[in-house]
Design a protein around this ligand. Structure first.
Ligand code: RIB
Ligand code: CA
Length: 316
């Protein structure tokens, strides 16, 4: 069983916030292949305190006792450009009656929790980063020695030869803390980069979530209302009828590496560009003269991924 820490910025249950982290957590927590030894929360889709509460409520609904450690509330170096406001309004009728599992919340700061957990683990651990990389970078800064205890880091982030989703070239998780991403990608650890170029190959519509519509259990209602509210928001803001469950693909890779084909590359992070800050610059040809530092995901089995997500929702 793979010992995994998931670092996440879950907008689950919050208006105008992406709920894809919630699906990734579902996939991981329900899988017999994965031992989720900890969940750390980070700023991103929502303020970190909201993300923490969302994880604790999800664990309550799943009746799972997994340790949760809250992490960074802002990027390492530059606070959000223009003080971008993060969504913080709950979707009515979802959470009022779902208590958090406060006893799962530990007081240790998330980066320190990652260090302590890696050092205590007999086996090497895997970190799945599905939010900005602030916590993971800080853990490597606090104690670089934990690299000996980390098998690999799977990151949902970046975009390989593909447009960004926050600027024309930058993807949200990287853009929110490019300096943290630079620390992680230059750590020398095995990195798997699951970027928009693969996560946006499979779109999900309200029809895909209609299987949850008439279910009355709180977990089904949570995911149905989160999905429909997010899709309504995307329709209003981007005139699109589909969403991407980006983070679920990072866990999907963990569950079945055959889901995705990867390519070795040297990935560097633009941290200075006025127009390009947050871009993942992918060198697959060795032009930079640097040794590859990541496996970059290039193609996915779209049918298999879609089945993986729908199957998970059907079994809520
Ligand atoms: O760009 C997509 C990523 O940003 C996903 O992790 C989503 O949850 C948001 O954090
Ligand atoms: Ca996320």
């Amino acid at each position: 069983m793979q010992k995994v820490i998931i670092d996440t910025d879950p907008g689950l249950g919050i208006r105008e916030a992406d709920f894809d982290d919630g699906v990734a957590l579902l996939l991981a927590l329900k899988s017999p292949q994965i031992d989720v030894i900890g969940i750390t929360t980070v700023h991103g889709n929502v303020p970190v305190s909201y993300g923490t509460r969302n994880v604790l409520r999800l664990l309550h609904l799943m009746q799972r006792n997994v340790k949760v450690a809250q992490g960074a509330h802002r990027p390492i170096i530059l606070d959000y450009p223009g003080k971008v406001k993060r969504p913080d309004r709950e979707i009515e009728g979802i959470f009022q009656f779902i208590p958090s599992m406060e006893d799962n919340l530990i007081s240790t700061f998330a980066p320190q929790f990652i260090v302590d957990t890696a050092n205590k683990s007999e086996d090497k651990i895997i970190i799945v980063g599905i939010g900005p990389l602030t916590n993971i970078a800080l853990s490597l800064i606090i104690n670089p020695g934990i690299k000996e205890k980390i098998e690999k880091i799977i990151i949902m982030g970046g975009a390989a030869f593909y447009p960004g989703n926050v600027t024309p070239v930058a993807e949200f998780n990287i853009w929110m803390d490019p300096e943290a991403a630079e620390v992680v990608f230059s750590s020398g650890l095995p990195i798997v980069m699951v970027g928009l170029n693969v996560t946006q190959k499979v779109g999900f519509t309200k029809k895909d979530f209609s299987l949850l519509k008439n279910k009355i259990d709180p977990l089904s209602k949570l995911f149905y209302l989160s999905a429909v509210t997010w899709l309504d928001y995307l329709k209003k803001m981007q005139n699109t009828r589909e969403c991407y469950i980006h983070d679920a693909l990072a866990v999907g890779y963990l569950l079945d590496e055959k889901l995705i084909s990867t390519r070795q590359a040297y990935v560097s992070i633009e941290t200075k560009g006025a127009l390009t800050r947050g871009q993942t610059v992918i060198d697959t040809q060795g032009i930079s003269g640097k040794r590859p530092n990541a496996q970059v995901c290039m193609e996915i089995d779209k049918k298999r991924f879609r089945e993986m997500v729908i199957d998970c929702l059907e079994k809520l």
